[in-house]
Unconditional design. Sequence first.
Length: 314
Amino acid sequence: MILEMVRANGAVSLRELARVVQTSEVTVRRDVRALEAEGLVDRRHGGAVLPGGFTRESGFPQRAMAATAEKTAIAEYAAGLVREGEAIVVGAGTTTQELARRLARVPGLTVVTNSLLVAQALAHANRVEVVMTGGTLRGSNYALVGSGAEQSLVGLRVSRAFLSGSGLTADRGLSTSNMLAASVDRALVRAAAEVVVLADHTKLGAETAFQTVPTDLITQLVTDQPPPECERAGTEIEALADQGVRISVAAPAVAGGKAGPAERTDRAERTDRGTEAARRDVPLPAPRGAVHPGLAASAPLGQRMTDLAPTRRR
Protein backbone atom coordinates (compact mmCIF):
# COMPACT_ATOMS: atom_id res chain seq x y z
CA MET A 1 0.00 0.00 0.00
CA ILE A 2 2.78 2.46 0.90
CA LEU A 3 4.72 1.76 -2.29
CA GLU A 4 1.55 2.10 -4.37
CA MET A 5 0.80 5.51 -2.85
CA VAL A 6 4.32 6.78 -3.49
CA ARG A 7 4.25 5.55 -7.09
CA ALA A 8 0.85 7.17 -7.64
CA ASN A 9 1.67 10.52 -6.02
CA GLY A 10 5.43 10.89 -6.38
CA ALA A 11 5.73 12.04 -2.75
CA VAL A 12 3.66 11.26 0.35
CA SER A 13 4.10 12.47 3.93
CA LEU A 14 4.35 10.03 6.83
CA ARG A 15 1.27 11.64 8.33
CA GLU A 16 -0.76 11.00 5.18
CA LEU A 17 0.53 7.43 4.88
CA ALA A 18 -0.41 6.71 8.48
CA ARG A 19 -3.90 8.10 7.92
CA VAL A 20 -4.55 6.06 4.78
CA VAL A 21 -3.19 2.75 6.07
CA GLN A 22 -4.73 3.40 9.50
CA THR A 23 -1.64 2.84 11.58
CA SER A 24 0.85 4.93 13.56
CA GLU A 25 3.54 7.12 12.05
CA VAL A 26 6.12 5.05 13.95
CA THR A 27 5.00 1.92 12.10
CA VAL A 28 4.90 3.74 8.76
CA ARG A 29 8.39 5.13 9.33
CA ARG A 30 9.70 1.61 9.93
CA ASP A 31 8.05 0.35 6.75
CA VAL A 32 9.45 3.26 4.74
CA ARG A 33 12.95 2.49 6.02
CA ALA A 34 12.53 -1.10 4.84
CA LEU A 35 11.42 0.07 1.38
CA GLU A 36 14.35 2.48 1.25
CA ALA A 37 16.77 -0.35 2.06
CA GLU A 38 15.41 -2.19 -0.99
CA GLY A 39 15.92 0.89 -3.16
CA LEU A 40 12.19 1.31 -3.83
CA VAL A 41 11.71 4.74 -2.21
CA ASP A 42 13.77 7.58 -0.76
CA ARG A 43 13.00 9.10 2.62
CA ARG A 44 12.63 12.89 2.38
CA HIS A 45 11.43 15.65 4.74
CA GLY A 46 9.13 13.46 6.85
CA GLY A 47 7.81 11.32 4.04
CA ALA A 48 8.69 9.12 1.10
CA VAL A 49 9.42 10.00 -2.53
CA LEU A 50 10.26 8.07 -5.65
CA PRO A 51 13.98 7.31 -5.89
CA GLY A 52 16.06 9.42 -8.25
CA GLY A 53 16.28 12.87 -6.66
CA PHE A 54 13.37 14.85 -8.13
CA THR A 55 9.81 14.73 -6.88
CA ARG A 56 7.23 14.49 -9.65
CA GLU A 57 3.86 16.20 -9.56
CA SER A 58 0.96 14.18 -8.16
CA GLY A 59 -2.59 14.43 -9.48
CA PHE A 60 -4.86 17.27 -8.38
CA PRO A 61 -7.15 15.08 -6.21
CA GLN A 62 -4.13 13.77 -4.28
CA ARG A 63 -2.69 17.26 -3.84
CA ALA A 64 -6.03 18.62 -2.67
CA MET A 65 -6.26 15.98 0.07
CA ALA A 66 -2.66 16.30 1.31
CA ALA A 67 -1.85 18.40 4.41
CA THR A 68 -5.31 19.99 4.43
CA ALA A 69 -5.12 21.37 7.97
CA GLU A 70 -1.71 22.89 7.29
CA LYS A 71 -2.87 24.49 4.02
CA THR A 72 -5.91 25.96 5.75
CA ALA A 73 -3.76 27.55 8.46
CA ILE A 74 -1.27 28.88 5.90
CA ALA A 75 -4.06 30.37 3.80
CA GLU A 76 -5.66 31.98 6.84
CA TYR A 77 -2.38 33.59 7.80
CA ALA A 78 -1.62 34.76 4.26
CA ALA A 79 -5.07 36.33 3.92
CA GLY A 80 -4.24 38.46 6.96
CA LEU A 81 -1.35 40.00 5.03
CA VAL A 82 -3.63 41.45 2.33
CA ARG A 83 -5.00 44.94 2.79
CA GLU A 84 -8.08 46.75 1.55
CA GLY A 85 -7.63 48.23 -1.91
CA GLU A 86 -4.52 46.19 -2.69
CA ALA A 87 -3.69 44.74 -6.11
CA ILE A 88 -2.03 41.31 -6.00
CA VAL A 89 -1.33 38.29 -8.16
CA VAL A 90 -2.19 34.77 -7.01
CA GLY A 91 -0.72 31.73 -8.71
CA ALA A 92 -2.19 28.28 -9.22
CA GLY A 93 -2.24 25.57 -6.56
CA THR A 94 -4.32 23.98 -3.84
CA THR A 95 -2.91 26.27 -1.14
CA THR A 96 -3.52 29.42 -3.18
CA GLN A 97 -7.06 28.18 -3.82
CA GLU A 98 -7.56 28.10 -0.04
CA LEU A 99 -6.15 31.62 0.13
CA ALA A 100 -8.59 32.84 -2.52
CA ARG A 101 -11.55 31.58 -0.52
CA ARG A 102 -10.48 33.89 2.29
CA LEU A 103 -9.72 36.90 0.10
CA ALA A 104 -13.40 37.32 -0.68
CA ARG A 105 -13.75 39.28 2.57
CA VAL A 106 -11.16 41.94 1.62
CA PRO A 107 -12.94 45.00 0.15
CA GLY A 108 -11.59 46.81 -2.88
CA LEU A 109 -9.16 44.02 -3.70
CA THR A 110 -7.91 43.34 -7.24
CA VAL A 111 -6.65 39.80 -7.88
CA VAL A 112 -4.80 38.87 -11.06
CA THR A 113 -4.54 35.11 -11.55
CA ASN A 114 -3.96 32.36 -14.09
CA SER A 115 -5.88 29.85 -11.95
CA LEU A 116 -9.47 28.90 -12.74
CA LEU A 117 -9.85 27.63 -9.17
CA VAL A 118 -8.72 30.95 -7.68
CA ALA A 119 -11.10 32.84 -9.99
CA GLN A 120 -13.95 30.49 -9.11
CA ALA A 121 -13.37 30.98 -5.39
CA LEU A 122 -13.70 34.75 -5.87
CA ALA A 123 -16.45 34.70 -8.50
CA HIS A 124 -19.21 35.79 -6.10
CA ALA A 125 -17.16 38.24 -4.03
CA ASN A 126 -18.90 41.55 -4.74
CA ARG A 127 -16.04 43.73 -3.53
CA VAL A 128 -13.20 41.89 -5.30
CA GLU A 129 -12.22 42.44 -8.92
CA VAL A 130 -10.77 39.35 -10.61
CA VAL A 131 -8.52 39.72 -13.65
CA MET A 132 -7.62 36.50 -15.48
CA THR A 133 -4.69 35.96 -17.79
CA GLY A 134 -5.11 34.47 -21.23
CA GLY A 135 -3.39 31.26 -22.19
CA THR A 136 -3.92 27.55 -22.72
CA LEU A 137 -5.71 25.51 -20.08
CA ARG A 138 -3.57 22.96 -18.25
CA GLY A 139 -6.15 20.54 -16.96
CA SER A 140 -4.05 18.85 -14.29
CA ASN A 141 -4.15 21.97 -12.10
CA TYR A 142 -6.83 24.10 -13.83
CA ALA A 143 -4.32 26.82 -14.72
CA LEU A 144 -3.76 28.93 -17.82
CA VAL A 145 -0.22 28.60 -19.19
CA GLY A 146 1.77 29.36 -22.33
CA SER A 147 2.71 32.52 -24.21
CA GLY A 148 -0.81 33.94 -23.99
CA ALA A 149 -0.68 33.88 -20.20
CA GLU A 150 2.79 35.37 -20.07
CA GLN A 151 2.05 38.15 -22.56
CA SER A 152 -1.04 39.24 -20.64
CA LEU A 153 1.20 39.95 -17.64
CA VAL A 154 3.58 42.28 -19.50
CA GLY A 155 3.44 45.78 -18.01
CA LEU A 156 1.62 44.64 -14.88
CA ARG A 157 2.85 45.91 -11.51
CA VAL A 158 1.25 44.91 -8.21
CA SER A 159 2.28 44.92 -4.57
CA ARG A 160 2.65 41.18 -3.95
CA ALA A 161 2.61 37.78 -5.57
CA PHE A 162 1.31 34.78 -3.63
CA LEU A 163 2.71 31.57 -5.08
CA SER A 164 2.88 27.90 -4.26
CA GLY A 165 4.81 25.10 -5.94
CA SER A 166 5.92 21.49 -5.77
CA GLY A 167 9.16 21.97 -3.86
CA LEU A 168 11.15 24.55 -1.92
CA THR A 169 14.82 24.49 -0.94
CA ALA A 170 17.23 27.16 0.21
CA ASP A 171 19.59 26.32 -2.65
CA ARG A 172 17.12 26.55 -5.54
CA GLY A 173 14.13 28.37 -4.14
CA LEU A 174 10.64 27.43 -5.33
CA SER A 175 10.26 24.87 -8.10
CA THR A 176 7.64 22.90 -9.99
CA SER A 177 7.61 19.84 -12.22
CA ASN A 178 6.04 21.50 -15.29
CA MET A 179 7.99 23.81 -17.60
CA LEU A 180 4.98 25.84 -18.80
CA ALA A 181 3.69 26.37 -15.26
CA ALA A 182 7.15 27.47 -14.14
CA SER A 183 7.37 30.02 -16.94
CA VAL A 184 4.06 31.64 -16.02
CA ASP A 185 5.01 31.73 -12.33
CA ARG A 186 8.19 33.58 -13.26
CA ALA A 187 6.08 36.13 -15.14
CA LEU A 188 3.90 36.56 -12.05
CA VAL A 189 7.01 37.18 -9.96
CA ARG A 190 8.24 39.88 -12.36
CA ALA A 191 4.96 41.74 -11.87
CA ALA A 192 5.25 41.98 -8.09
CA ALA A 193 7.20 44.14 -5.66
CA GLU A 194 7.24 41.29 -3.11
CA VAL A 195 6.92 37.51 -3.37
CA VAL A 196 5.17 35.48 -0.68
CA VAL A 197 5.55 31.70 -0.97
CA LEU A 198 2.90 29.46 0.59
CA ALA A 199 4.34 26.00 1.26
CA ASP A 200 3.50 23.39 3.88
CA HIS A 201 6.27 21.31 5.46
CA THR A 202 5.88 18.41 3.00
CA LYS A 203 7.27 20.66 0.24
CA LEU A 204 10.29 21.88 2.19
CA GLY A 205 13.42 20.14 0.97
CA ALA A 206 11.70 18.69 -2.11
CA GLU A 207 13.47 19.10 -5.46
CA THR A 208 11.48 19.41 -8.69
CA ALA A 209 12.67 20.01 -12.22
CA PHE A 210 11.92 23.66 -13.03
CA GLN A 211 12.86 26.61 -10.84
CA THR A 212 10.18 29.28 -10.55
CA VAL A 213 11.45 31.67 -7.85
CA PRO A 214 15.11 31.76 -6.80
CA THR A 215 15.66 32.18 -3.09
CA ASP A 216 16.94 35.74 -3.35
CA LEU A 217 13.59 36.86 -4.82
CA ILE A 218 11.46 35.31 -2.06
CA THR A 219 10.41 37.96 0.44
CA GLN A 220 8.42 35.78 2.83
CA LEU A 221 7.59 32.12 3.40
CA VAL A 222 4.35 31.19 5.14
CA THR A 223 4.51 27.58 6.29
CA ASP A 224 3.47 25.32 9.16
CA GLN A 225 5.54 23.95 12.04
CA PRO A 226 7.24 20.76 10.80
CA PRO A 227 6.69 17.69 13.00
CA PRO A 228 9.78 16.53 14.94
CA GLU A 229 10.56 13.74 12.49
CA CYS A 230 10.79 16.20 9.56
CA GLU A 231 14.38 17.21 10.19
CA ARG A 232 14.94 18.21 6.56
CA ALA A 233 12.03 20.67 6.65
CA GLY A 234 13.36 22.32 9.80
CA THR A 235 16.82 22.55 8.27
CA GLU A 236 15.44 24.20 5.14
CA ILE A 237 13.53 26.77 7.21
CA GLU A 238 16.73 27.75 9.00
CA ALA A 239 18.68 27.90 5.74
CA LEU A 240 16.01 30.06 4.09
CA ALA A 241 16.08 32.45 7.06
CA ASP A 242 19.87 32.65 6.78
CA GLN A 243 19.42 33.82 3.20
CA GLY A 244 17.09 36.63 4.23
CA VAL A 245 13.65 35.07 3.75
CA ARG A 246 11.12 36.18 6.35
CA ILE A 247 9.66 33.04 7.93
CA SER A 248 6.07 33.01 9.23
CA VAL A 249 4.71 29.86 10.86
CA ALA A 250 0.95 29.32 10.89
CA ALA A 251 -0.47 26.92 13.46
CA PRO A 252 -3.25 24.57 12.30
CA ALA A 253 -6.50 24.94 14.20
CA VAL A 254 -7.22 22.60 17.08
CA ALA A 255 -10.13 20.20 16.69
CA GLY A 256 -13.35 22.16 16.28
CA GLY A 257 -11.48 25.45 16.16
CA LYS A 258 -10.36 27.87 13.51
CA ALA A 259 -6.92 29.08 12.54
CA GLY A 260 -6.96 32.78 13.21
CA PRO A 261 -4.82 35.59 14.55
CA ALA A 262 -4.49 33.88 17.93
CA GLU A 263 -3.08 30.78 16.31
CA ARG A 264 -0.84 32.60 13.84
CA THR A 265 2.74 33.26 14.87
CA ASP A 266 5.97 34.31 13.25
CA ARG A 267 8.99 32.51 14.56
CA ALA A 268 10.50 34.81 17.19
CA GLU A 269 13.70 32.95 17.84
CA ARG A 270 16.30 30.91 16.04
CA THR A 271 15.97 27.30 17.18
CA ASP A 272 19.67 26.61 16.71
CA ARG A 273 20.87 29.73 18.50
CA GLY A 274 17.99 30.68 20.78
CA THR A 275 18.31 34.36 19.89
CA GLU A 276 15.22 36.49 19.60
CA ALA A 277 14.61 38.59 16.54
CA ALA A 278 13.69 42.19 17.19
CA ARG A 279 10.01 43.02 17.00
CA ARG A 280 9.54 45.50 14.21
CA ASP A 281 7.15 47.07 11.77
CA VAL A 282 7.54 45.81 8.23
CA PRO A 283 6.00 48.39 5.87
CA LEU A 284 4.82 47.18 2.48
CA PRO A 285 6.80 49.05 -0.18
CA ALA A 286 4.83 50.97 -2.76
CA PRO A 287 4.79 49.25 -6.17
CA ARG A 288 7.66 50.28 -8.38
CA GLY A 289 7.33 51.21 -12.04
CA ALA A 290 4.21 51.42 -14.16
CA VAL A 291 0.86 50.30 -12.84
CA HIS A 292 -1.25 48.16 -15.14
CA PRO A 293 -4.27 50.05 -16.50
CA GLY A 294 -7.30 49.56 -14.31
CA LEU A 295 -5.33 48.36 -11.28
CA ALA A 296 -5.15 50.56 -8.24
CA ALA A 297 -1.86 50.81 -6.41
CA SER A 298 -1.93 49.05 -3.07
CA ALA A 299 -2.08 50.95 0.17
CA PRO A 300 1.40 51.13 1.75
CA LEU A 301 0.29 49.66 5.03
CA GLY A 302 2.55 47.78 7.43
CA GLN A 303 1.85 44.95 9.81
CA ARG A 304 3.60 44.31 13.11
CA MET A 305 5.28 40.95 12.89
CA THR A 306 7.89 38.97 14.77
CA ASP A 307 10.11 37.19 12.28
CA LEU A 308 13.09 35.00 11.95
CA ALA A 309 15.70 37.70 11.47
CA PRO A 310 16.59 37.94 7.78
CA THR A 311 20.28 38.40 7.10
CA ARG A 312 20.10 39.27 3.41
CA ARG A 313 20.16 42.94 2.54
CA ARG A 314 17.92 43.78 -0.41
